[in-house]
Design a protein. Structure first.
Length: 420
């Protein structure tokens, strides 16, 4: 007569995963893009946010040198020379604040869909015979559709990642992995996309940095001029007496060409109502720009129109557990984007870390014991044992088996009962 030990009971850590609901997370904690968040979702940056420290250093370092080594002679030789230092410091603080506002706010991210739109939901578009077909032979969504903007037909593309038709002037940033409204470019110096909600601040940052460079450049020359007048020496002798002024003159001259050229270029884009992306891709000089309303109206649109509210609430609460996220990713199949599967896997892995190694051994032992008896035929046909107490695979074990990919389901349990 064969006897089989009772299956071991579930451990406390296993039961906590099943019996307790999933933790309440915030949107920024399960965000599918590549962004970095600070202050619990109040600030959003790009994945290259570390470059922001380099940008701040390149701005602050020359100002510190100017105030420490150049301003002393200016204060002594110029009436109210203290104002020169105060203005420089205040201007620098303003420049850094504008930089942080540009980098730390939502640039205009469009929330991605959980499901692709149905073909009949696509306004003004029909699925044609030349559209690519899905794996089951059914026609998929058209890759583009036509939208009329100011009487001009504009083609908008379907984003496979965000599963939506991008609005006009919207593009998908491959670095941040988001669709951004009025996408201009991704700026590595700012560490953020430049779009509809922060373009104004980006231009203010670039232009103020240009003015700060010219300010330091000018007063360094004033300091050199004072040295030549006070000591009746040549220009080269004055350079030797104030080498920091020479370094700052060269540095600010090069920087002013860079940020000044960028400021001039964006002034042109603002006056013609273009983005950097559109200027390099479409070249509106050869055809009519559907967004150009004249120089004056274009300037008003950029600087004096209201900034639209963010379409994302990064601090909103979302509920879900590992099993629900895992099931959603497997049932939706090809309808889901790869980023959704990645997020599901991340949450799932966070749950699995709560399960100790011995808990996996318990689950495997329970399932292997039943499968082994079925294969070897050790289970008697007629028994007075309590079959439910000894042989039934409980629902919580099924959930864990499905969650951890053990492949033991209801069909196998029915085979066991059928052999009783």
């Amino acid at each position: 007569m064969f006897t089989t030990p009772l299956p071991p009971q579930l451990s406390d850590s296993n039961r906590r995963i099943i019996d307790t609901p999933g933790p309440s997370l915030r949107v920024y904690q399960v965000w599918k893009g590549s962004n970095r968040f600070c202050l619990k979702g109040r600030l959003i940056f790009g994945p290259d946010v570390r470059s922001l420290f380099l940008t701040v250093f390149l701005i602050v370092a020359p100002v510190i040198l100017f105030c420490a080594f150049v301003s002393n002679r200016l204060i002594d030789n110029i009436n109210h020379g203290e104002l020169i230092v105060i203005i420089c410091v205040v201007f620098t603080i303003y420049d850094i604040l504008i930089l942080l506002v540009t980098s730390g706010r939502d640039p205009g991210i469009i929330p991605r869909n959980e499901h692709p739109p149905e073909p009949e939901e696509v306004d003004g578009s029909t699925v044609s015979s030349d559209c690519p077909s899905s794996h089951n032979g059914a026609p998929s969504l058209p890759l583009t559709k036509d939208v009329v903007v100011n009487g001009i037909v504009v083609k908008v593309k379907y984003c496979q990642t965000c599963m939506l038709y991008r609005p006009p002037r919207c593009s998908h940033c491959s670095i941040c992995n988001n669709c951004v409204e009025r996408f201009d470019h991704h700026c590595p110096w700012v560490g953020q996309c430049i779009g509809k909600r922060n373009y104004r601040f980006f231009f203010m940052f670039v232009s103020s940095t240009t003015l700060l460079c010219l300010y330091v450049f000018s007063f360094c020359w004033v300091n050199i001029s004072n040295i030549t007048d006070d000591e009746q020496c040549s220009l080269w002798r004055a350079f030797a007496k104030s080498p920091v002024s020479v370094i700052l003159i060269v540095y600010t001259f090069i920087a002013a060409w860079f940020v000044g050229g960028l400021t001039t270029f964006h002034l042109y884009l603002i006056c013609t109502n273009q983005t950097t992306y559109e200027n390099f891709r479409y070249r509106y000089e050869g055809k009519m720009n559907p967004y150009n309303h004249g120089c004056a109206r274009n300037v008003v649109e950029i600087f004096f129109s209201g900034i639209p509210k963010s379409k994302n609430n990064f601090r909103a609460m979302v509920k879900g557990d590992s099993s629900s996220v895992y099931n959603a990713s497997t049932t939706l199949g090809h309808s889901m984007s790869p980023e959704m599967a990645k997020t599901s896997f991340d949450i799932e892995m966070g749950k699995r870390q709560a399960v100790a190694a011995e808990d996996f051994t318990d689950i495997h032992r329970q399932i292997d014991s039943v499968e082994g008896m079925e294969r070897c035929g050790t289970q008697p046909r007629h028994t007075d044992w309590d079959s439910k107490a000894n042989w039934e695979i409980t629902p919580d074990i099924q959930i864990l088996a499905a969650e951890f990919g053990m492949g033991y389901g209801v069909t196998d349990r029915q085979k066991i009962h059928g052999s009783l």
